[in-house]
Design a protein around this ligand. Structure first.
Ligand code: ATP
Ligand code: MG
Length: 658
């Protein structure tokens, strides 16, 4: 309902943009018409506050009209009171002036409070919608748009978009009414004077048009630079440990300075452009006054006009320039905000490629007895092929292990099964039904996943295990016990209620992994996916947790990825992968007897039962996450929450950040 406008109007354009070869980055739809943007903003966000907006408009008009009233009162003030010396007129003129100011004060106060209230609500809804919408988008979107950029969209662009309409409306109501009422007063004094005063105005059309274009261009660049600044900050603060250990503090600080300076340069240009418009108007105003003074002054000297008339006119014209200046400003402000609106609109126009089918089919067999088959699956991230025709079956209720060198495409198989990405060719079936025919929520609901980089949220340990599940204490404790989380709870200050820090940085790598396992145990779904689930544990804990996982996998279709081959020895089937293809499959003993890649890997790892080398530890496993999540800068508040969320989205898709 809310985002139907972007969807309909610009769908094709946005699609074309997003699949552009330029690293797939989200491209701004250039020059989305102002009309379209205004209609969207009005329809989806402002209309709901129609009542308040109308009241604000009335108050604004009142505020505007008071300027006209004031300039009108100047005439009797001079002619009746000051020049003619009628003391009986003194009181009513003074009271009227006071009344005008009082009304203006009340109207202005009420209008501002209402407008900021509506503005904040609109901004909040816009941000809420934006985040909800972005969470429906594919992993690719989060890969192409780093967290910093998305934070900038959510915070910066939304507030720019939500405040501009207040400026536009107040100009439309208050300043237009001021302008008209002041012009009426001026014309009522002398239409010829008025004509002379505004004769220069048409000269402004061309330079204002040029300035507007400059403002729009520079604002766009400023917003893009601002997004880069946020990205840099996000990476610096998340990578503080890595930066320190590699001694690149100066380099990072310099890079940041470079980005912020670029932003500032564009921002200055944009503001200069915006300021140029009222400045031009002042020049033309000066010319107008010059003409009126020469012509009108002569008339007063000759006695055909009174001083009061002249002062009234002069006041009206002097007051005209303030609303006129704001009117000039509004186009600049709109052009600046338009850059933000276009970006937001472009995001709302993005559609996920991975969606539920229009008519989802039910799983034909109970999930517990559904085989999972990969049928000639091909897959590529961008253009680099990762899977080149992978076929194998993971039998229902059995444990299937996936082994192969780092980068062979094992984790990718999990991403495809859970539809974080879709194959380019071939299909994956569950119980004979293609995964694409199941409702997305139902499909993902089939799995308990322990992924390679266990991502924890900056909440309590309890919330991290529960992940919104509603279970009783007994079930929770059973899961904690099975995953050996209980072993370290007592060492934490507040036990289960201890906050785990941003991305779980308050826990060790092995502790984080056990929390992830506890989540999976508690989730209790028919299919279990374990990607290097115990790689960060010491040998002893690993053995214990391994046993727990083995008992968990009883009766469940389980797929295990492991580099340490000892942990998958007992699997019902081992699938050996090499460069995106299945090169062998069988049980441990069969594979060893056959003497292929698996036997080589095994011999490399175990010589006389002793570990010689562990291929996993140098590249993946426990060391990588620590670089990202070690002692991170403590973040708090909204920005941190947004950053965390986008960071975690990224993690879900398996993108590694460094
Ligand atoms: N998000 C991504 N974008 C681009 N390429 C990616 C992405 N994720 C993985 N790849 C590439 O896909 C290939 C397979 O990655 P995958 O994570 O499936 O390997 P893996 O077998 O799980 O390796 P490991 O044992 O190290 O976890 C790698 O060559 C990697 O460079
Ligand atoms: Mg992997």
């Amino acid at each position: 309902m809310t985002h139907e406008k972007p969807q309909k109007t610009d769908k094709t354009k946005a699609k074309g943009e997003s699949s552009a070869p330029v690293a797939g980055r989200l491209q701004v739809i250039p020059d989305t018409q102002s009309r379209v943007l205004i209609r969207w903003l009005w329809h989806d966000y402002l209309q709901a506050h129609l009542g308040y907006v109308v009241i604000a408009l009335v108050l604004m008009s009142l505020e505007g009209a008071m300027l006209g009233a004031l300039s009108y009162l100047i005439k009797p003030m001079f002619d009746k009171v000051l020049v003619a010396g009628h003391s009986d007129a003194l009181m009513w003129v003074a009271l009227a002036v006071f009344g005008v100011f009082s009304l203006r004060a009340i109207a202005s106060f009420g209008q501002r409070v209402i407008m900021s209230r509506v503005g904040q609500k609109v901004s909040a809804k816009l941000q809420g919608d934006l985040v909800a919408h972005m969470l429906t988008l594919d992993g690719r979107f989060f890969q192409d748009n780093p967290p910093g950029t998305l934070i900038e969209r959510t915070r910066g662009d939304s507030s720019a978009a939500a405040t501009v309409w207040a400026t536009v409306l107040s100009v439309a109501a208050r300043d237009m009414v001021s302008l008209v009422s002041l012009l009426v007063v001026a014309i009522s004094v002398d239409w010829r004077w008025t004509l002379i005063a505004v004769a220069g105005a048409p000269l402004l059309a061309l330079p204002i048009h040029v300035l507007q274009n400059i403002v729009r261009r520079t604002s766009r660049r400023a917003r893009a630079a601002s997004a880069r600044v946020s990205t840099r900050l996000d990476e610096i603060f998340h990578g503080a440990t890595t930066i320190k250990l590699s001694g690149t503090e100066r380099r990072e600080a310099d890079r940041f300075e470079g980005e912020i300076n670029e932003f500032v340069d564009e921002q200055i240009k944009s503001v200069a452009g915006q300021a140029g418009i009222p400045a031009l108007m002042d020049l033309v105003a000066g010319l107008g006054f010059f003409g009126v003074l020469l012509y009108g002054g002569q008339q007063i000297i000759e006695g055909t006009k009174t001083v009061g008339e002249f002062m009234s006119f002069f006041t009206a014209m002097a007051l005209v320039f303030e609303p006129l200046r704001r009117l000039g400003n509004v186009s600049g402000a709109w052009q600046a905000a338009r850059a933000s609106l276009e970006r937001l609109y472009a995001i709302f126009a993005e559609r996920p490629a991975i969606t539920s089918p229009a008519k989802p089919a039910p799983l034909p067999v109970p999930a517990a007895s559904a085989d999972i088959r990969f049928e000639n699956v091909e897959f590529a991230y961008a253009d680099a092929p990762v899977l080149r025709g992978t076929s194998f079956t993971a039998e229902a209720g059995k444990t299937t292990a996936l082994v192969g060198a780092s980068g062979a495409g094992k984790s990718t198989l999990f991403h495809l099964m859970t539809r974080l990405a879709d194959p380019v060719k071939g299909q994956i079936t569950i119980g004979g039904l293609a995964t694409t025919r199941l409702a997305l929520a139902e499909l993902r609901g089939l799995y308990s996943v322990v992924s390679q980089d266990a991502l924890l949220f900056d909440e309590s340990l309890r919330d991290n295990v529960l992940m919104g599940a509603e279970v009783d204490e007994a079930q929770l404790h059973a899961a904690l016990k099975a995953a050996h989380v209980e072993d370290f709870i007592s060492t934490l200050d507040h036990g289960l209620d201890t906050p785990v820090g941003p991305r779980g940085s308050g826990l060790s790598g092995g502790q984080r992994q056990r929390v992830a396992i506890a989540r999976a145990v508690l989730r209790n779904r028919p299919i279990l996916l374990l990607d290097e689930a115990t790689s960060a544990l010491d040998a002893q804990s690993e053995k214990i947790v391994q046993n727990a996982l083995e008992s968990l996998s009883k009766g469940r279709t389980t797929l295990v990825i492991a580099h340490r081959l000892s942990t998958i020895r007992n699997a019902d089937k081992i699938v050996v992968m090499d460069k995106g293809r299945v090169v062998d499959e069988g049980t441990h003993d069969e594979l060893l007897a056959r003497g292929g890649l698996y036997a080589d890997l095994y011999r490399l790892q175990y010589s006389d039962g002793r570990t010689v080398i562990d291929g996993s530890l140098s590249k993946s496993g426990p060391h990588r996450p620590q670089g990202e999540t070690g002692e991170e800068a403590k973040e708090t508040g909204l920005l941190a929450a947004t950053s965390r969320m986008f960071g975690n989205m990224l993690g879900l898709f398996g993108r590694t950040k460094d």
